[in-house]
Structures are given as structure tokens and as C-alpha cells.
Write a protein that binds this ligand. Structure first.
Ligand SMILES: [Zn+2]
Length: 233
């Protein structure tokens, strides 16, 4: 019912209901009664129509809010997925590979890191000796057995790490810590809202020293040579 018609119906209904004697004076009490019931009917019709209109408006509002919520949820979800991700892996694979502290191979951090990275990437579990014990030769990690691969120090290096991880590919990165140079496997990122402006603290790593999953920035800093290795598989 349109608004003008609705207002007219309400006015008429009120006139009949409130002053039946005026409208139907000539017909006496019966007319008064008829006027009353007619008025009541109009009031009732008008009320039910108003209720229908209110229900429709309420439904429309609910649908509009629901649409807005869906859009907001999508935007937030996309932002969160873009900023937080850790490649899923099987912890048992990392435990099977072992770690430097347990083996006593204190200079085998690059080889252990490559082993962790392959396990995280697709469940390929190899002993760290596959990557050459004591002197990592980077098979499958860097192309051409290169011992040095410069990805551009700082933000370009970490942008590459972000891009690789977002595709499910870990990165083996050169870092410095309290005991000097070290290599760790980056396997995730966090709070990475701007992938072109990241620090090591935006990355989750597996540390070959003890096999622990850590925030890379909590123990290490970039070594400073821009060196990191990506999978060539
Ligand atoms: Zn070793």
C-alpha cells in the first residue's frame, strides 16, 4: 500500500471509529454500529498492511546489513590471509631429520635448513647429508650448486621470501645471531600487511639448531649479504 493511500485509510478509519454518529447520523444506531465495524475493519486492514510494510522494510534492512557484513567479512578475511600464513607441515618429518644440537653437527645449519625446507614444501624427508654434510652444496636449493645467491639485501629479499612462502615454498636464509652466522628455514609470515616492507620479525622459521619453530626476528637478524636460497624443484 502506498503512503498516500495508507494515510487516507487511516484518516477515514479514525473518522469512522471516533465519530460514527457524525458520519452516519441519519441512519441511527444500526448505522452507528455499521460505521464502527467498518471503521474497525479499516483500522485492522490498515494495521495489517502497515505490519506487512514494516516486515518488508525490516527484511530489506536485514538483507542489506547481511550483504554489508558479507563484504566486510570478505575484505577482512582476504587481508588476514594475506598477512598471516604458515605452510602446513608434519612435525614428525622435522623430528625425523633431527637437529644440530642432537647430532653435534655445529656447522651443518644450511644442510639441515634445506632438509627442513624440502620436508615442509612437500613432505620430502631427506637426511641432511643429502645436501652435503659440513659443506652444503645446495642440491635443489639455489640452482647450479651455488653457495651464494644474492636476492637483494633487506626488503627485496624479504619480498621474495614472502612470495615464495605464499606459494607454499619455504626459503633458506642467511642470518646472524649471538653465536655468529647461521641459516634457518623461513616457512611462514605474520602481520605481513605490506609485503614490500617486511623485517625478519614478520617471518616464522624452523631453526636447525634445535628444530624449534620460532619467530625469526626473535633470535636472529639478516646477515647482511642478501643471501637466501629458494627451491629449484
Ligand atoms: Zn652434518
Amino acid at each position: 500500500m502506498n503512503a498516500k493511500l495508507k494515510r487516507a485509510a487511516v484518516a477515514l478509519a479514525l473518522a469512522l471509529a471516533l465519530v460514527p454518529g457524525t458520519a452516519f447520523a441519519a441512519d441511527g444506531a444500526a448505522a452507528d454500529q455499521a460505521g464502527l465495524s467498518q471503521g474497525s475493519m479499516l483500522v485492522s486492514l490498515s494495521a495489517s498492511s502497515a505490519a506487512e510494510d514494516a516486515a518488508a522494510a525490516s527484511k530489506e534492512r536485514a538483507e542489506r546489513l547481511s550483504g554489508m557484513y558479507d563484504k566486510l567479512h570478505k575484505v577482512v578475511t582476504e587481508k588476514v590471509e594475506k598477512a598471516f600464513y604458515t605452510i602446513p607441515y608434519d612435525r614428525a618429518d622435522i623430528d625425523a631429520i633431527g637437529n644440530q644440537a642432537r647430532s653435534g653437527h655445529t656447522i651443518c645449519c644450511p644442510s639441515y635448513s634445506c632438509a627442513y625446507a624440502d620436508a615442509v614444501m612437500d613432505g620430502t624427508v631427506r637426511d641432511h647429508s643429502y645436501y652435503v654434510c659440513s659443506s652444503c652444496r645446495w642440491p635443489d636449493w639455489g640452482g647450479g650448486n651455488s653457495s651464494f645467491r644474492n636476492a637483494g639485501y633487506g626488503t627485496p629479499q624479504l619480498r621474495e621470501a614472502y612470495d615464495q612462502i605464499s606459494q607454499g615454498r619455504p626459503v633458506v636464509i642467511h642470518v646472524g645471531g649471538v653465536s655468529g652466522e647461521h641459516w634457518i628455514a623461513l616457512i611462514g609470515y605474520q602481520n605481513a600487511a605490506d609485503p614490500d616492507n617486511l623485517t625478519l620479525s614478520n617471518f616464522t622459521a624452523l631453526d636447525p639448531w634445535d628444530g624449534a619453530q620460532i619467530n625469526a626476528g626473535s633470535k636472529y637478524r639478516l646477515y647482511g649479504d642478501g643471501c637466501q636460497h629458494i627451491s629449484s624443484r
